[in-house]
Design a binder for this molecule. Structure first.
Ligand SMILES: [Zn+2]
Length: 104
């Protein structure tokens, strides 16, 4: 059963892209569809990463865990094409209002 939570005030929690997820599927559709199904929100226009003004296009796998392969610690967040890539940046903060849906 997925859980949902929202970032309600600025915090300096560091998030990163989860790894080993490109092959993962869910029963609903894309991971954007999965996020839409559970978040009870419209898909945001902008990427959830603080400081990024690109258009959100993906339901991206993100984690706070040092173990970027830990499936129990993965959440889906709306990110842009650039930010949905561990090669773009190692860590990032998520903007106030970001809603995260757990993968498990
Ligand atoms: Zn971005």
């Amino acid at each position: 059963m997925s859980t949902v939570f929202q970032i309600n005030q600025f915090n300096s929690t560091y998030w990163r892209n989860a790894k080993g997820t490109w092959r993962d599927t869910n029963a609903i559709g894309t991971w954007k569809d999965y996020w839409l199904e559970h978040s009870d929100m419209k898909f945001p226009l902008m990427c959830s990463v603080i400081g990024c003004a690109n258009r959100a296009v993906y339901g991206a796998h993100v984690t706070q865990s040092e173990d970027v392969f830990d499936k129990d610690a993965m959440y889906i967040a709306p990110l842009c094409r650039y930010c949905n890539n561990p090669m773009s940046m190692l860590y990032f903060n998520l903007a106030v209002g970001t809603r995260l849906v757990s993968v498990k």
